[in-house]
Design a protein around this ligand. Structure first.
Ligand code: F6P
Length: 375
């Protein structure tokens, strides 16, 4: 008689709409279609260390498709550097032991870029790991899209739509900060869909005078308001230059001291960058003489019920994940490819980031319709 497969599942990194839909997709296919057992671990990789778990039977999986957040809880803990009693410790061996103790045949990790790296680390430690891509930033490499992005795009677009009323009625500049530290997919997508006049993303450093020029041009044509959609990681040309130089120094460091100095410099640049949106709005007000206001969308973009597009994506990826476990395919991320799915080796995903190529069709489209990208 063949042994019933028991699989573990966890959600790690920032929460995202569609995580529960993915847990349900994996769970229903694994339980109902293949007759496997499934255990959820709470709060990301920490649950595997502290043995905090939840048996995912039919009743737990029912009714979660439309629920935001994650029923398992999440954290940004890393297996190899987990804070235990205030001290960072490598807990990989504990995770490997617990995996064996629970008789798991596979571990499913749902998360963004950091989670893909951790999934690879656990694969290298000998576990059967399979991952799913989740992030509203849409920057996980090797997949067309990630769970959460579609919903966040809807939310950010609706916010820009609503901001138009005040901008238009009060003849103001409204600067809307959209999530995305390293990738501008969300700001670019929502900016195009919401008809923002200026879109600033991390991949295209901006010149303040170019933005001012675009806003003045609108005023000359009788339009005394502008919407600026800015990704939280968008940088001026000067800041981006300093950041890239520090990153290069870190890459090329010849000893731990040089590396540490470069890391400190990067941290200082990032600290200076916090509050950039407020500074930018002030600069634009001073230079254009138009009143400006800031709206930071923040965690609203990650909250609430997933859109139909995300429910569909999460269910497709989750179900395909259970198929791959049945076929004993591990060490892969289940990627979305067109209407289908594809297992991509974790080594090809981990440590990579899908940023917006400067010649991407969305960028070209934005330019064609007269949107200023700050360059
Ligand atoms: O999930 C990605 C993301 O939403 C980024 O856009 C954002 O910068 C980051 O998470 C912030 O998340 P937290 O404050 O939860 O760490």
């Amino acid at each position: 008689m063949t042994k019933t497969k028991r699989i573990g599942i966890l959600t790690a990194g920032g929460d995202s709409p569609g995580l529960n839909a993915a847990i349900r997709g994996v769970g229903k296919t694994a339980l109902g279609f293949y007759g496997m057992e499934i255990i959820g671990f709470r709060d990301g990789f920490r649950g595997l260390v502290t043995n905090r778990r939840l048996r995912l039977d039919g009743s737990v999986l029912a009714g979660i498709l439309t629920v935001g957040g994650t029923i398992l809880g999440t954290s940004r803990d890393k297996p190899h550097r987990m804070k235990i009693d205030g001290r960072a410790r490598d807990m990989t061996a504990v995770i490997v032991n617990n995996y064996k103790k629970y008789g798991l045949s596979a571990l499913v990790c749902l998360g963004g870029g950091g989670t893909q790296k951790n999934a690879l680390r656990l694969t290298e430690a000998g576990l059967n790991v399979i991952s799913l891509p989740k992030t509203i930033d849409n920057d996980v490499a090797m997949t067309d899209s990630s769970i959460g992005f579609a919903t966040a795009l809807d939310i950010a677009t609706e916010a820009i739509d609503r901001l138009h009323s005040t901008a238009h009625s009060h003849h103001r500049i409204v600067v809307a900060e959209i999530m995305g530290h390293r990738a501008g997919w969300l700001a670019l997508g929502a900016g195009i869909a919401g008809g923002a006049d200026v879109i600033l993303i991390p991949e295209i450093p901006y010149h303040v005078d170019k933005i001012v020029e675009a806003i003045r041009r609108r005023s000359r044509h009788g339009t005394n308001f502008s919407i600026v959609a800015v990704a939280e990681g968008a940088m001026s040309v000067e800041d981006a230059r300093a950041f890239v130089a520090a990153e290069n120094r870190k890459e090329k460091a010849r000893n731990p001291r040089e590396r540490n100095d470069a890391k400190l410099e990067l941290a200082a640049i990032e600290a200076r960058h916090a509050g950039n949106t407020l500074r930018l709005a002030k600069q634009l007000e001073e230079l254009t003489h138009l009143e400006s206001r800031v709206t930071i969308l923040g965690y609203v973009q990650r909250g609430g019920t997933p859109s139909p597009a995300d429910r569909l994506l999460a269910t497709r990826l989750g179900s395909a994940c259970a198929d791959l476990i049945h076929e004993n395919v591990f060490g892969v991320m289940v990627a979305s490819r067109g209407n289908g799915t594809e297992p991509v080796p974790l080594v090809k995903v981990a440590g990579k980031r899908k940023t917006v190529p400067p010649n991407h069709s969305w960028v070209e489209t934005a330019r064609r319709v007269g949107t200023c990208l700050g360059d």
